[in-house]
Design a binder for this molecule. Structure first.
Ligand code: GAL
Length: 663
């Protein structure tokens, strides 16, 4: 449990660096990320390098005992480089190149740009690979930020043709897989293929899905190119990339395989304001703390992307600048977010940024320091967390650096599949339905019951889980089917599971495709509803509403919930269940509680806005609401010892307890 900051020495006079380093140390900061946007400072003219500032700033940080995460500067290529290779620019869906003057002005598929990346990363890695301050490298910055994964230029088309040839071998195989007999779309050769933009009406969904997969694979290859260089010149350092919130445009599981740690950038208030998933009421209630599951959902998702190792590379420290509205966090919210991250297994929480910049795009974005270097509110909260980490370690009777060994996995797994997300976004059928949002609401229901959840990739090991939820596992292939069949815990498959083949066609036996082999049922029709329509649901497992998506299920399985017409909504027996509709929050929660009970898991109906997380025998509670909440965790056969806070949780409050066996 360590603290860090994002720092830009190139933004400040050299005379300030030592003071900054000392201030960081005083706040308990151990890690500093530098360099990720510094290409034009390093290489102002082609092949003319200015290393002095980076040499000196790394030395200052090192002498102060700080550890450096060095960013490769490839998210911001300099102007001269773009002018040299204009075809490296990404092209938007309307066919226009995206210009210079901000950042991320490149397409992942550009081979010319990849060569430039190879050059600059090699030079940097040779120079700093063994620098004693450098303990880690961040590749690039936020792949895909500002909508830069799908690009529609010549470089992207060239990459797509190669990708398709490798996948299909023959054009006939592609035509068949895509169903190109429809609307006379058949191609005679791979050379004829175009990108799925600028078509008169909707392009073929199979075409779009393959294009999305190809673009995602370009990100994987682009990242891998940098990883290979860094491993060669800087062995033993942790390689990491910083992912984003509610961002699914590339397969993070695939990128994560090449990295040592998954990190992400968490801006709870910015996302609350900006995202369509949140209701007006939620935006009001959680205005200053963010939604209670925003942090947890992403911590658990990204922890599953790199073998369980998680960092927070950028933590919101105050108001940001980029959301439609940018309110201030509640007093204590920065502390709350930091502890929530640690409770989900984060090894590091690093604040963005150390000092607010008085210039350029992000001048209204807070830092731990204000532009005049005085301490902003979050500096005190970071210092407080630093002291509390010591308190927790001493209550456990272990050294501070041993806290990382506390287990962070839960007993419930939620399967998250990027491919399913693209597939369902391509043809949502009801605009009210989004795979990501539905998965988030399922996660929310589990967390409101006090359950600790792991969000896992398809094909992950299932053996440690008592309960598994597939929110909408669109494609069920033989391998997944065998795994599900062997799974001994309680399984819930959600609506749209098994509804498409890998090439985006309806399976011969209809949805849920191969899943029907272990859950005998068939989906005969779908009622895809607008946002304003909710239908009544009743049954043995409770009553409430369904919305967005409602399948007509034909089955002999016992019916646990049914719709107004008496048709099945939730069916199953023993340990296998199928849900054909999106349920409202409260019915979803009671259904999850029944499943958890069948799985032998203890649940608690938490007060609104309160969340709970366990790591080994440490219990964390968080209050995201604006009111004080009373909550004492109870476990059969255990007694509870308070370490930080009490059963009275102030607004934005945190309490930590230890759980001891009584027998
Ligand atoms: C992130 C980005 C940072 C900074 C920050 C502002 O998306 O990685 O460079 O822009 O947002 O909140």
């Amino acid at each position: 449990m360590k603290l860090g900051v994002c720092y830009y020495p190139e933004h400040w006079p050299k005379s300030r660096w030592l003071q900054d380093a000392q201030d960081m140390r005083d706040m308990g900061i151990e890690y500093v990320r530098v360099g990720e946007f510094s290409w034009s400072t390093i290489e102002k003219e082609p092949d003319q390098f200015n290393w002095a500032w980076l040499d000196q700033s790394l030395d200052v940080l090192h002498q102060a005992g700080l550890k450096v995460i060095l960013g490769t500067p490839t998210a911001t290529p300099p102007k001269w480089l773009v002018d040299k290779h204009p075809s490296m620019l990404a092209v938007n869906e309307q066919g226009q190149p995206r210009g210079f003057g901000s950042r991320r002005h490149y397409t992942f598929a550009s081979l010319e740009y990849r060569e430039e990346c190879r050059r600059i990363v090699t030079i940097m890695a040779e120079r700093y690979g063994n620098h004693p301050a450098v303990v880690s490298w961040q590749t690039d910055n936020e792949f895909g930020c500002h909508d830069t994964i799908l690009s529609y230029g010549a470089a992207d088309l060239a990459a797509f043709k190669i990708w398709l040839k490798e996948k299909y071998g023959t054009i006939d195989a592609l035509n068949k897989a895509w169903g190109n007999i429809f609307w006379s779309m058949a191609y005679r050769s791979f050379d004829e293929i175009e990108l799925p933009n600028l078509t008169v009406t909707e392009a073929n969904p199979s075409h779009r899905l393959d294009f999305h997969r190809c673009c995602s694979d370009q990100v994987v290859a682009y990242n891998k190119l940098q990883v290979d260089i860094l491993r060669k010149y800087s062995s033993g350092r942790d390689l990491v990339h910083n992912y984003m919130g509610f961002f699914t445009a590339f397969d993070h599981h695939k990128v994560g395989k090449d990295l040592d740690v998954a990190s992400w950038d968490t801006y709870p208030l910015g996302f609350l304001d900006q995202e369509a998933i949140y209701t007006a009421e939620e935006k009001q209630t959680y205005l200053r703390t963010g939604h209670p599951d925003f942090g947890g959902f992403h911590h658990d998702l990204y922890r599953g992307c790199s073998n369980g190792r998680l960092w927070i590379m950028e933590q919101q420290p105050g108001p940001v600048n980029w959301a439609p509205h940018n309110p201030s966090p509640a007093l204590g919210a920065v502390r709350l977010w930091t502890w929530e991250a640690f409770s989900h297994g984060a090894e590091l929480v690093s604040y963005f940024r150390f000092r607010q910049a008085p210039f350029a795009q992000e001048q209204m974005h807070a830092g731990l320091l204000r532009p005049d270097a005085s301490k902003a509110e979050a500096a005190g909260e970071a210092t407080q967390v630093n002291q509390e980490i010591d308190q927790l370690a001493s209550a456990l009777g272990i050294a501070r650096n041993e806290l990382e060994a506390l287990p962070s996995s839960g007993k419930v797994a939620l399967m998250f599949d990027y491919d399913a997300c693209w597939a369902l976004d391509i043809q949502p059928q009801s605009q009210a339905y989004r795979y990501l949002f539905w998965s988030y609401r399922v996660y929310e229901a589990l967390r409101e019951l006090g359950l600790s959840v792991d969000i896992i990739a398809p094909k992950s090991d299932l053996s440690t889980y008592e309960m598994l939820v597939l929110p909408a596992q669109v494609t069920v292939d033989d391998e997944l089917l065998a795994q599900l069949n062997a799974f001994e815990g309680v399984l819930l498959a959600g609506p749209r599971t098994g509804s498409k083949t890998e090439s985006y066609q309806i399976p011969e036996q209809l949805a849920p495709g191969k899943l029907a082999q272990i859950m005998p049922l068939q989906i005969e029709r779908v009622d895809a509803l607008p946002d304003h329509t909710q239908l009544d649901v009743n049954g043995r497992w409770g009553q409430g509403k369904l919305k967005h998506w409602h399948e007509q299920i034909a089955t002999q399985l016992p019916v646990l919930l049914e719709d107004e017409a008496g048709l099945p909504v939730l069916v199953g027996e023993q340990k296998r269940f199928y849900l054909g509709s999106c349920l409202d929050n409260s019915l979803l929660k009671t259904s999850m509680a029944k499943l958890a009970e069948l799985a032998g898991l203890e649940t608690t109906y938490l007060p609104r806005g309160v969340r709970l997380r366990e790591r080994g025998n440490v219990i964390f509670a968080f209050n995201y609401s604006q009111m004080e909440k009373c909550f004492t965790p109870t476990y059969v056969g255990y007694k509870i010892e308070s370490v930080i806070g009490s059963e009275r949780l102030a607004p934005a409050g945190v309490s930590i307890w230890l759980k001891h066996k009584t027998v």
